[in-house]
Design a protein around this ligand. Structure first.
Ligand code: CA
Length: 313
């Protein structure tokens, strides 16, 4: 069965990475809930997508003087108690022109805080206890090269919190993901972690890591990844080419390369309100990835709709 990973929680319905979004994703039946991790000034792993606070919080209003020269407010410049004074809202455009997804949860409404990794684990493990289900963590180390340059040991502190909560064995219900292959190898070889690792694969233009993602998306690349990771999490458009002539999509070789080396395949990000033009509908896209391509799991902002479509396919 294809696993469903709640991308930043139920982020299609509530501001991303809030405990409310995690709880809703849990209630909708997600198999795994994603946490992106960045490190506070006092070395607390917190759940937030960006190293900046600008696009999802009211930081400019609460701490107007605390931005760096580049105009950004960095998580790393704030202690946890300060971060807790902020309110989280729907993601805004970087130019301040309003929400990225205007049809989602009303912009700047509601009262949401930035959770720590520990708080989110408390929620998920608590729900596992009260429901008898076993929903997993899908934790991402964000920009380790940037954190390391800042002297911030993000991986060390994240692994510590995970270990304190009994996530340390190969069989524990967690995947640890990162775009940076150097850091994943460090987790395996230097930190001696046995956790199941996922190599994320994006576009080189995103500047997510110093890696060359084109090389990674080859048979040789997948062979190398299989030395340290159990699977790959590539951006979904690496799996198909679209033909405008007969209005159809064909698979690239990436799925085959991954399977040649027994890698799990968990593409991102499936959004019912943002379907690529190559597919006629969200339903068609999910069917193609699940039934035709046969991925092992997928990251989605819309857990409920995705589970319904997988069940019906
Ligand atoms: Ca992520």
């Amino acid at each position: 069965m294809t696993i469903v990973i709640a991308h930043r929680g139920a982020s299609g319905y509530l501001p991303e990475h809030t405990l409310s979004a995690a709880a809703l994703a849990y209630g909708m039946g997600a198999d795994f809930i994603e946490q992106d991790i960045v490190l506070s000034k006092d070395d607390c792993p917190i759940v937030l997508h960006d190293i900046h606070l600008d696009q999802v919080t009211n930081v400019a209003e609460i701490f107007p003087q605390r931005n760096r020269d580049d105009g950004h407010w960095y998580v790393r410049d704030f202690e946890l108690l300060e971060l807790k004074q902020l309110e989280v809202h729907e993601r805004g455009n970087s130019d301040g022109s309003g929400p990225v997804f205007p049809q989602r949860f009303p912009y700047e409404r509601g009262h949401f805080q930035i959770p720590t990794l520990q708080e989110e684990i408390d929620l998920i493990q608590g729900l596992n206890h009260s429901t008898g289900r076993n929903v997993g963590l899908y934790t991402e180390i964000k920009k380790p090269d940037w954190h390391n340059k800042e002297g911030a040991e993000i991986t060390l502190h994240t692994l510590d919190v995970l270990k304190q909560n009994n996530y340390e064995a190969e069989s524990d219900n967690i995947f640890l993901q990162c775009f940076d292959s150097t850091e994943l190898k460090r987790i395996r070889n230097d930190f001696k972690s046995k956790l199941p690792l996922i190599q994320l694969i994006g576009k080189n233009s995103w500047n997510e890591s110093p890696d060359d993602f084109r090389k990674m998306s080859t048979d040789r690349g997948c062979k190398d990844i299989a030395q340290y990771a159990v699977g790959i999490g590539p951006t979904m458009d690496l799996f198909y080419t679209a033909s405008i002539v007969n209005n159809s999509v064909s698979p690239t070789n990436l799925m085959q390369y991954a399977k040649n080396h027994n890698l799990l395949v968990h593409p991102f990000t499936f959004r019912a309100d943002s379907v690529p033009l190559s597919f006629r509908s969200y339903e068609e896209m999910i069917r193609w990835f699940v039934t035709d391509l046969r991925v092992d799991g997928l990251f989605t902002d819309f857990v409920d709709q995705t589970i319904d479509l997988i069940k019906g396919s």
